[in-house]
Each structure stands twice: as C-alpha cells, then as structure tokens.
Ligand binder design. Structure first.
Ligand SMILES: [Zn+2]
Length: 147
C-alpha cells in the first residue's frame, strides 16, 4: 500500500522510502520540493545523490493555512537533529513557490545551515516537473546561496 515516507513525505511503499533508506545517498544535502513529481523529475536527471523533503504543497502568499505548515515543521525538526549541511530549495518559480522559499530561508538560516535556491534556467510559471532533464540538471548545478 502506498503512503508517505515518515522522513521526507515522498510516496513510499513502506514507512521509509527507498531514497531515505539508501546508504548510498549523500545525507548532508536535502532538496526541498513541493510535490513528489518534482522529486522524480530531479531523480531522472541522475545528477543528484542527496536526500529530499517533499512539502506536499506550497505556502499561499495570502497566508491561508494549509497542510504545508506541518511538512515545513517536520523539515525544521529534521534539520535540528543535525548532519545536514545544505538545503537546496527547489520550489516552483511562481508566487507560492517564491513565498515558500523566502519563508524557509528565514527559518533555516538561524540553524547555520547553507540555504541555496536552484538557478533560474526554469521559465517562470512552469512547474518544475515539466522542465526537461537538461534544464533541471543545469539549474541544480547553478544553485546560489540565498538569505
Ligand atoms: Zn523518504
């Protein structure tokens, strides 16, 4: 039965997804995405060997509450446990995604963890899951520190 990974909220067959369970992943890096579909798009690039955190949505700039606050809280708890040196924010390049990136940066910076945002090779308004693999791989490579 499919459910969400207890660590990263990825879609998983067990309590922990295969990415979180893998000993071959770089556990110091976490890419934050809005949806599992973006996680799979990044996996398809074959360029990224770290871990993920799936927000299952984005913050609304009108500050309506939704489930995303909870997954952000889970992310911060994960970071507070230590061992993660870089958080790469790969939320979508739209208003909600940008608002979420800014909010996350504000929360993560005090933890003395490097925060980067993937580069803007992605056209504005296009969800990351629809970006082609080359563009996505390049935008990961060209990520910049923010905050
Ligand atoms: Zn997981």
């Amino acid at each position: 039965m499919l459910s969400f990974c207890k660590i990263c909220n990825n879609i998983s067959e067990g309590e922990i997804c295969t990415i979180c369970a893998s000993p071959n992943r770089d556990s110091q890096r976490v890419v934050v995405v809005e949806e599992p579909s973006t996680l799979y798009a990044i996996e398809r690039t074959g360029e990224y060997k770290g871990l993920y955190h799936v927000l299952l949505g984005a913050l609304s700039p009108l500050s309506e509450t939704n489930g995303t606050e909870l997954t952000i809280k889970n992310l911060i708890e994960r970071l507070e446990k230590g061992g993660i040196s870089e958080v790469i924010i790969a939320t979508n390049p739209n208003i909600e995604g940008e608002a979420t990136a800014i909010y996350l940066t504000r929360l993560i910076k005090p933890l003395h963890i490097k925060v980067t945002r993937i580069a803007c090779g992605i056209p504005v308004g296009v969800d990351l899951e629809y970006a082609d693999e080359v563009t996505l791989a390049k935008s990961l490579e060209g990520r910049r520190e923010i905050g």
